[in-house]
Design a protein around this ligand. Structure first.
Ligand code: DCP
Ligand code: MG
Length: 450
């Protein structure tokens, strides 16, 4: 029954209540190594060091990379997004003999008058002051900040800098877990100096090393675990460091909205709000049994732990992802024929999310797969291989649809998943297609980094 043979997915993401890290199937190729635990220290007479986990997230990542090649735009509102072709050509044409940094600010395209369906991937902090940001439609953004400069996306450049900053971190602190194009977890616990000032000294060193090598800034949170570190990295953005200890839970974490817990998405948050719970502190006051009654055993118990700052997940060294997937468990079981419209809409949304994940992380994939779980909890998967790599939502949707047709659909479904596998970095794919150097401004941006 099971068709996937490449059954390793270390990037599984669910937009159910909790991030879903489990593999769809037993890992066969995972190069994941779990950190040598504290046991090394237990056996000596030394007291075990405090667990110190850092989360590092680059500031306005795509936009900051663009500012490396166009430093004349520093401090200005700039948004990245929209169709890449036209602006790309305009800028390259405008460039002429000049290097990108010599293009006068006045020649850059503005948001004003934008019409189309493009969305913002990110915006500089100057642009965010106008209320524009990730995932907003460009037309809406144009109303809020017509003077903002609009630049096209260049995933190859972002991938390049992503690789560069991660390599720098690895040289300083070897236990790094990739969490996408612009963020990582780092285990400071056993790194020399990792305990100083709760991790601040090492965080500062990493920030400085990245900045010196690339000109990019990042923000770091250091805390007893990943959950708290992820929240802490946002506290002093941009270019900030925040240190959180266990004792800071009530003062620094409990006042935050539940949504700040990585894993509480919009749906869970809405349900919590309906139950009168807005802050993490309020969540922590609830009885674990009550949470389990409302959210189920796994999610309820997890929410309770999270609200109390408990998270034992290790920092895991990962190979590049082999696949990216999204899956969702329905509110009620759906039937392929009787609930066709609803199922179709969910299916399309999953494909769009996978496409978005691929773009964000800078990959293209060649195998498209689906997973179905029936009302009796039995699962099946189907997959097919494309002639070429893609990150296109419509292509994924079309082929996932073909997979679906090959699966039994008499029984009602409780879960649907979409997966794109056999990934390669987008930059590699594009370089292969062009069979030549990447476009000129990119080269300049890369030169700046080295
Ligand atoms: N991204 C995207 N679409 C989104 C969100 C993000 O394409 N809806 C891309 C662009 C971002 C990058 O992913 O630059 C990293 O996402 P972050 O959420 O970390 O956002 P930024 O790094 O841009 O800003 P911040 O300083 O808030 O981290
Ligand atoms: Mg970021």
């Amino acid at each position: 029954m099971v068709v996937f043979d490449l059954a390793h997915d270390n990037r599984g993401q669910s937009h159910h209540f909790m991030p879903h890290y489990a593999a769809w199937f037993a890992p066969t190729q995972v190069a994941a190594k779990i950190a040598p635990a504290l046991t090394t220290f237990m056996s000596t007479s030394q007291p075990a060091p405090l667990r110190r986990i850092a989360h590092l997230d680059m500031d306005a990542f795509y936009a900051s990379v663009e500012l490396l090649r166009y430093p004349q735009l520093k401090g200005l509102p700039v948004v990245i997004g929209g169709g890449r072709r036209r602006q790309d050509e305009d800028l390259t044409a405008a460039q002429g003999e000049r290097t990108p940094d010599k293009i006068p600010v006045a020649e850059f395209p503005r948001l004003q008058g934008y019409s189309g369906r493009g969305v913002i991937t990110t915006a500089t902090y100057a642009a965010r002051q106008f209320g524009v940001g990730s995932a907003m439609g460009l037309m809406k953004a144009a109303k809020l900040c017509p003077d903002a400069i609009l630049l096209p996306v260049d995933f190859a450049a972002y991938r390049h800098y992503s690789h560069t900053f991660k390599t720098i971190i690895q040289e300083i602190a070897p236990l790094v877990e990739n969490r996408g194009i612009d963020e990582v977890y780092i285990d400071f616990t056993q790194v020399p100096g990792g305990q100083r000032e709760g991790g601040r000294v090492l965080a500062r060193l990493i920030q400085k090393s990245i900045f010196d090598a690339t000109g990019l800034t990042c923000s770091v949170g250091v805390a007893p675990n990943k959950l708290l570190a992820k929240m802490a990295s946002e506290f002093n953005k941009p270019n900030g460091i925040a240190i959180v200890f266990e004792d800071d839970l009530q003062t620094k974490i409990w006042p935050l909205a539940c949504r700040k817990i990585n894993g509480i998405g919009p749906r869970a948050d809405e349900k919590l709000q309906q139950l009168g719970i807005r802050t993490i502190g309020e969540l922590a006051q609830q009885d674990v049994g009550w949470l389990i009654d409302h959210f189920g055993q796994k999610t309820g118990a997890w929410m309770f732990d999270a609200a109390h700052g408990i998270d034992a997940r290790p920092v895991v060294l990962e190979s590049e992802p082999v696949s990216i997937s999204r899956e969702t468990t329905f509110e009620r079981d759906l039937h392929a024929v009787r609930d066709k419209a609803e199922l179709g809409a969910i299916f399309t949304r999953l494909c769009e999310q996978v496409a978005q994940d691929l773009k964000r992380q800078g990959y293209v994939g060649k195998t498209i797969g689906i997973k179905l779980r029936y009302d009796d909890f039995k699962s099946v998967t189907r997959e097919l291989t494309l002639p070429d790599h893609t990150y296109d939502a419509a292509t994924i949707r079309r082929n996932a649809g073909l997979c679906l047709k090959r699966a039994p659909l008499q029984q009602r479904l409780r879960l649907l998943g979409v997966r794109v596998g056999s990934l390669i970095p987008l930059a590699e794919h594009q370089a292969g297609l062009r069979k030549g150097p990447l476009r000129a401004p990119l080269q300049t941006a890369m030169d700046l980094a080295t």
